[in-house]
Design a protein around this ligand. Structure first.
Ligand code: GAR
Length: 226
């Protein structure tokens, strides 16, 4: 769904952990509101982990928070349907997965198709799944990175919107690499959200479009190599 001019685009952010991407997006949205007419609003932050550190950060930013503990549901399907109901109460235009560490069912991804973004710490389609930093190091890669993409049924497989390329240094370990990648996450995720809220970033037929033009498979690339 495209953000209408009359109403502020409503964003719901799903988290499981530290919530640093949620904070980066919230701060960017706040700066936008004071800067221009193109306002958006984070109407809720939902965590599937009751103790997620990000919940405290969201409350400190005066954001509405909800908890939906996945361990209380008998199946992935039941959890996802309850999650949809919780999200729908907030009437979102955009749902943002920001370190939401749950595999979502096809029912969920189809429901939000075209208005569901995720951030994944690799240059997708490389290194779908977990432990991406260590896998890039083990493979002896020169570069690594992070991707914001639309979510489809295929895990980490929907069309890319934007990615940042980060060089791998000789002295890197997974932790150091992750730290440098996260700096880029906090830059590119707010950009993708802003483009979406402005109606510039859309998804049609498994393609990501910016200003109506099909993006390359990589998405827009931000190359941070010197
Ligand atoms: C981020 O680094 C994000 O790339 C990763 O989880 C972290 C969440 O951090 N996401 C995934 O691995 C998704 N498969 P945050 O809670 O501080 O935003």
């Amino acid at each position: 769904m495209q953000a209408s001019e009359a109403e502020k685009p409503r964003i719901v952010v799903l988290i499981s952990g530290s919530g640093s991407n949620m904070v980066a997006i919230a701060e960017a949205v706040k700066a936008e509101v004071s800067d221009s007419d193109n306002e958006a609003e984070i109407v809720g932050v939902i965590s599937n982990r009751p103790n997620a550190e990000g919940l405290n950060k969201a409350q400190a930013l005066d954001l509405h928070t909800d908890i939906i503990d996945h361990t209380l549901y008998a199946s992935r399907e039941e959890f996802d349907h309850a999650l949809i109901r919780m999200i729908e109460d907030l009437k979102p235009d955009l749902v943002v997965l920001a370190g939401f560490m749950r595999i979502l069912t096809a029912d969920f991804t189809r429901y939000y198709e075209g208005r569901l973004l995720n951030i994944h710490p690799s240059l997708l389609p490389k290194y779908q799944g977990l432990n991406t930093h260590q896998r890039a190091l083990d493979a002896g890669d020169d570069i690594h990175g992070v991707t914001v993409h639309f979510v489809t049924e295929e895990l980490d497989g929907g069309p890319n919107a934007i990615q940042a390329i980060v060089p791998i240094l000789d002295i890197d370990n997974a932790q150091e690499l992750q730290k440098r990648i996260q700096v880029q996450e906090h830059i590119i995720y707010p950009i993708a959200v802003k483009w979406f809220c402005e109606g510039r970033l859309t998804m049609k037929g498994n393609q990501a479009l910016l200003d109506g033009k099909q993006l390359p498979t990589s998405g827009i690339q931000l190359d941070t190599r010197g």
